[in-house]
Structure formats: C-alpha cells, structure tokens
Write a protein of this length. Structure first.
Length: 337
C-alpha cells in the first residue's frame, strides 16, 4: 500500500513520465483546439481510456489461451534467447499476468521479469488491415517508487501495419527498427502496465473481472494511470477500480465520456488512505465511484465551471459540505485548484 502522501508529492514521484506523456499526446487528439470532448468510440473523451495499438489496429486486451477477443487472437509468445550472437526463440506453453507482472512457462520452467525483454508475440487481427502482426517487448523495469511493473510494447516499422490507430503517426523507438505501441516521446517508447483478468469496455468504461485476459494499458490513458496513482484491481477490487478510472478521467456521468483534458491538476483523497489533500481548503470538485460522480461542486476544467455538468439532461447536485463516506458507493473525493 502507498503511504499517506499528499497527492501532489505522490504525483511528482509517480507521474513524472506520465505528465510529459500527457502533454505529448495533447496535440494528437485535438485537445489544444479549445477543448474537444470526443463522445463514443474507443477511449471516449479528453483523457482516453487506453492508447495501445499495433499499427492501425487497437490492442487493449488479449485472451492468454488464444481465443478471439476484440478482433485480436494471440497465436503464440516466444522468448528471445541470445547465445554467442545467435538468436533462438523459445515458445511458451503458457503466459499470464500476476499482480501486474508477466509470467510464462515451458514445461516446469518458469519465466518472469526481464526474461520477457525481446519477447515476440504473434497475433492475428480481424476487422481490417493485415491479418498477421507481431508485437515485441522492447523494455521492462520494476519501478520501486510506485510499485509497478512497466513494459514498452513495440511493433515492426512496416508500412503494411498502417499508421498508429490513435496518434495517426509513425513513432519510432530510437536505436531500434520498431515503433511504440503506446507512442513515444523523443524516441523513447511510452510504457504500459498489464492487468490480469481485466476487461474494460472501450465505449462506456465499464469494468469486468473477466478470467484469462491480459489487459495492456498505456500509462497515458486512464486505465494505466490508475496503477500509477496506486489503484490496482487486485488491491482495491475490480468494481472499485472502475471508480478510479472514472475519477482520473472526470467521467462524471459514468458513461465513458471524459470531462477533462490531459495534464489538468487535481487533488485527491480516497477511502483507503493512499492519498490525502495537500490543501484541504480547496473547493470540492466531486465525489466519484464506479457509477461516476454522485455530486459536483467545482468542475475540474474552467470551461465546464461556466456551464456545469449535466447527465441525461439533468444537472448533478452540489456536494455542499459533504465528506468522504457521505454518499453511497463513492470512494474518491477530488478538489480542483
């Protein structure tokens, strides 16, 4: 569990890469043109749910046993073995994630951590574009500051893969012949975390605990940022984890639409004590849970402060003097500077 650290300090420690990532992605998604809220589709809203793609095909989740899932099928995973300048590939009998760390097995020999660096993931994709693709893990590290296993996923620099589904660009990782599946900043591939048994609906943000899935979540999306902020489904629960994603994305209505922009500052307190307010005198933004916001006083974005928040044609109530725990099914209390 994270210590009781004021949120901005925790943010500085755990989100230094993600903050740059936010700003780097702004222009890609039109956030500089006023403030564009993009309803519907994958990762609806100002802060996307996820940004992982293998060329022109989005890739958010894989069934580890090779069943077709979201138009993607995992064919095989191979570990890269280099010996005396010779490369060989070892096919895993099984692959899975355990508390955010990829693991694999060949008979009774088990692999994890850095053993996955250079690994090749053979995929079949459906619904458009080329049908067979490869994904690689370019880098891996365990971040002792925020307690997350972090991976850089990549794919070949091959025109047949098409432009990245989200950025619509070619984003090479320097000193390699590969492109970043989560995009890149200055030639460094953006990192991702993995979650086991997690399904997130990419339209409405609904979370399910679905067996045998590996969710690959880029750290510039709401799903990945949840781990950076200390919220992981195996610690707080899958239902509660949905609330963390909605909090990060200012998904007030609980319908998948984000009412914020990447890089917007907030302060946070949560029921587990992972975060406490640096400035308790700030005005309340909202109380969030898995269904969205129970109330809103001061919306996160100044543009929205002028108009207020409506869900299904009705304004959300004012939080007034409420405290954490006053509203049922809410676990996150946010304040807007």
């Amino acid at each position: 569990m994270m210590s009781r650290t004021p949120f901005f300090l925790a943010l500085a420690l755990s989100l230094s890469a993600a903050s740059a990532c936010d700003e780097g992605m702004d222009g890609e998604f039109g956030a500089d043109d006023g403030l564009e809220f993009r309803p519907g589709g994958f990762g609806a809203g100002g802060v996307l749910l996820n940004t992982n793609a293998i060329g022109d095909h989005p890739l958010h989740e894989l069934n580890r046993f090779g069943e077709l899932h979201e138009d993607v099928q995992l064919i095989a995973v191979y570990l890269k073995i280099v010996y005396k300048d010779q490369i060989s590939w070892l096919k895993l009998d099984e692959v899975w994630s355990e508390k955010g760390q990829l693991r694999g097995r060949i008979k009774d020999v088990y692999y994890k951590g850095s053993a996955f660096v250079g690994s090749r993931w053979d995929l079949a994709t459906y619904g458009g574009g080329i049908g067979k693709r490869k994904m690689f893990i370019d880098k891996y590290r365990y971040d002792e500051v925020d307690g997350n296993h972090k991976y850089v996923f990549a794919y070949p620099k091959d025109v047949t893969y098409g432009l990245h589904y989200y950025t619509k660009k070619t984003q090479p990782i320097k000193e390699t012949g590969m492109l970043g599946a989560c995009g890149d900043i200055n030639g460094e591939g953006l990192e991702a975390v993995v979650y086991e048994d997690l399904h997130v609906d990419m339209k409405d943000g609904y979370v399910d605990n679905e067996k045998d899935l590996i969710n690959i979540a880029c750290l510039d999306g709401g799903i990945g940022k949840s781990a950076l902020w200390g919220f992981r489904p195996w610690d707080i629960g899958y239902y509660e984890f949905m609330g963390a994603i909605r909090t990060i994305r200012a998904d007030y209505c609980g319908d998948g639409d984000s009412w914020t922009k990447p890089g917007t500052a907030i302060e946070l307190e949560d029921k587990w004590g992972y975060h406490t307010f640096a400035d308790p005198l700030l005005k309340t933004e909202a109380f969030f849970g898995p269904k969205g916001a129970a109330c809103v006083t001061r919306p996160r974005r100044p543009e929205i402060q002028l108009t207020g928040v409506e869900c299904n044609g009705a304004k959300l109530p004012d939080c007034k003097d409420a405290k954490l725990g006053d509203f049922a099914d809410t676990y996150f209390w946010t304040k807007a500077p």
